[in-house]
Design a protein around this ligand. Structure first.
Ligand SMILES: Nc1ncnc2c1ncn2[C@@H]1O[C@H](COP(=O)(O)OP(=O)(O)OP(=O)(O)O)[C@@H](O)[C@H]1O
Ligand SMILES: [Mg+2]
Length: 267
C-alpha cells in the first residue's frame, strides 16, 4: 500500500471488511453442522494461528483440543486459571454440549484445560461428540489439535468434513507431511502452505505439488511469512479487527482466500 492515496487505501479497507462480513455469512450457512479439523504432522507450523482466524472468518465455534499453554485458549485470553468450570470436561461427563464462551473480536470458543490430557475420550467417542455438538449448535466447528498424535486428534480427524493442514516448505516438514498423507489416505484434506518466503524454494514447491497429486489432496491458497506475527501480544484475532492496518491488510487478504477454499471444500 506504500504508494496508495489515503482514499484508495480506505476503499481497499472497506472492500476487505465487506468481504470478511460476507465470508462469515457464507460460513454460518454452508458450514453449519460441519467439522473442520486443523492438524499437522509437525508442531509449531501455524495450526493454532490458522484455526483461530478461520473460526472467526467462518463464524464457526473454535473447539480447542490442545491442553498446552501454547494453545488457542491462552492466545485468546482464556487461560484455564481464569475459569471456575471447564465446559469441555463438563461436557464429556454430562453428555450435554458445552456452551461456547463469547467475547469481542474472538471466535466463540470452547477452551481447553490441562486435565484434558488425561481425560481424553477415545477417538470414536470424541468424533461422535464433535459432530453432535455442531448439530446441536447448528454451527460449524473448527477444531484445533495438540501437536503429536493423541486420541483427541484422531477423534477430531474422524469427525472432520475437512482436514486443514498447514504446511511449511521445509525438508523435514515435507517428510512429516508425506508420512501423515500416507496414514490419512481417503480423508478430505486441504493443504495450506504457510510461512512462505517471498521467494519460495522451487524444489519444495515441486515436492508439495507431487505429494498433493500422489495422495489426491487439495492445495489451498498460501500464507506468506509475517515477521511480526510471532511476537504479537493482542489476545484477539487479526481478521476480527474493526479496521485493518497497512500491516494486517495483506495477511487478512490471504486468510480470506484460505477461508473461501475451506467453504468450497467442506461446504
Ligand atoms: N505465516 C506466518 N508467518 C509468521 N509467523 C507465523 C506464521 N504462521 C504462524 N506464525 C507464528 O508461529 C508461531 C507458532 O504458530 P502456531 O502456534 O499457530 O503453531 P502450531 O502449529 O499451532 O504449534 P503447536 O504444534 O505447538 O500447537 C506463532 O507465534 C504464530 O503466530
Ligand atoms: Mg497449536
Amino acid at each position: 500500500m506504500a504508494n496508495m492515496t489515503l482514499s484508495a487505501a480506505l476503499a481497499e479497507q472497506d472492500e476487505l471488511s465487506a468481504l470478511v462480513r460476507r465470508l462469515r455469512e457464507l460460513g454460518a450457512q454452508r458450514l453449519a453442522r460441519k467439522v473442520v479439523t486443523v492438524m499437522s504432522a509437525k508442531g509449531g507450523i501455524g495450526k493454532t494461528f490458522v484455526a483461530m482466524e478461520l473460526a472467526w472468518l467462518l463464524d464457526a465455534v473454535l473447539v480447542d483440543l490442545d491442553w498446552d499453554d501454547g494453545n488457542a485458549s491462552t492466545a485468546l485470553g482464556q487461560h484455564h486459571d481464569r475459569f471456575a468450570r471447564i465446559p469441555l470436561l463438563d461436557a464429556l461427563e454430562t453428555e450435554k454440549p458445552p456452551r461456547p464462551k463469547r467475547s469481542g473480536r474472538r471466535p466463540d470458543l470452547v477452551p481447553c484445560h490441562p486435565d484434558f490430557a488425561v481425560n481424553q475420550p477415545d477417538p470414536e467417542r470424541l468424533a461422535k461428540l464433535l459432530s453432535r455438538w455442531s448439530q446441536d449448535w447448528n454451527r460449524g466447528v473448527v477444531a484445533d489439535t495438540h501437536p503429536g498424535g493423541s486420541d483427541s486428534t484422531l477423534g477430531a480427524v474422524g469427525a472432520a468434513d475437512l482436514i486443514v493442514m498447514p504446511v511449511v516448505l521445509g525438508t523435514r516438514e515435507l517428510n512429516a507431511l508425506e508420512g501423515a498423507l500416507r496414514e490419512l489416505v481417503g480423508y478430505p484434506i486441504l493443504l495450506v502452505p504457510n510461512w512462505i518466503p517471498s521467494t519460495p524454494p522451487a524444489a519444495e514447491r515441486r515436492r508439495l505439488r507431487e505429494l498433493a497429486d500422489r495422495y489426491s489432496v487439495a492445495v489451498g491458497p498460501m500464507i506468506s511469512t509475517y515477521g511480526w506475527l510471532r511476537t504479537r501480544k493482542l489476545r484477539t484475532v487479526i481478521t476480527a479487527a474493526p479496521t485493518y492496518s497497512r500491516r494486517t491488510t495483506p495477511v487478512v487478504r490471504e486468510l480470506t482466500a484460505v477461508a473461501g477454499a475451506v467453504i468450497e471444500h467442506a461446504g
